[in-house]
Design a protein around this ligand. Sequence first.
Ligand SMILES: C[S@@+](CC[C@H](N)C(=O)[O-])C[C@H]1O[C@@H](n2cnc3c(N)ncnc32)[C@H](O)[C@@H]1O
Length: 214
Amino acid sequence: MLKTARKYDRFSRLYDLFEGPMEMEAFSKYRKIVLSLVEGKVLEVGVGTGKNLPYYPEDVEVTGIDFSRGMLKRAEKRRIELGLENVELLPMDVQDLGFDDNTFDTVVSTFVFCTVPDPVKGLREVYRVLKPGGRAIFLEHMKSGSKLLNIPLYMIEPFIRTLLGTSMLRETRNNIGKAGFRIEKAENLFFDIVRLIIAGKPGGKNDSEEEPVP
Ligand SMILES: C[S@@+](CC[C@H](N)C(=O)[O-])C[C@H]1O[C@@H](n2cnc3c(N)ncnc32)[C@H](O)[C@@H]1O
């Protein structure tokens, strides 16, 4: 098993507590925005303890994956408590997804590509399993364009990397582009560190004529 998955297994008991203050302050608000955008057959990668589960609309079919069984166990508990029968949870690595090409209408990722060991490989897998015309919705933290804002990120980096294998300095916006996605929207939620990015896989019937966001 991967070293990072083991770190999350160990941390799974504390994850919700650790994230609690950020959740109350802002994350739950951001999650509502992300989950209001999903449709059809949905894949959530790095589902963690299932923090997004309460916000899914009832008319979607959700498959959630995570490579940490400890995190998944907590997501499964949450799924049962919420009585969600439209959600299935599976142990899987986003870098090697066990789904056919062009399977999902929407892919959701919240705070995941800061941790995936090879993020571009994982994003290429997301692109592969998304249907042409489908959308991937990312809520992610990443390196800022400002040297000043990056100072605290560089300071936290060694601690968070050791604890969880997570990096505060990933260039996730660029990585999404490298995987072949067409960026439709990139909105800053907390400076340019926490961003909502909506990315499409070209080739759908309703492809827009608009230029991608630079
Ligand atoms: C910071 S947590 C976020 C969990 C959840 N998405 C949320 O918003 O609370 C990152 C999650 O991504 C998972 N993860 C990281 N790399 C992964 C990979 N390669 N494949 C599957 N899951 C992965 C971790 O196990 C962890 O559960």
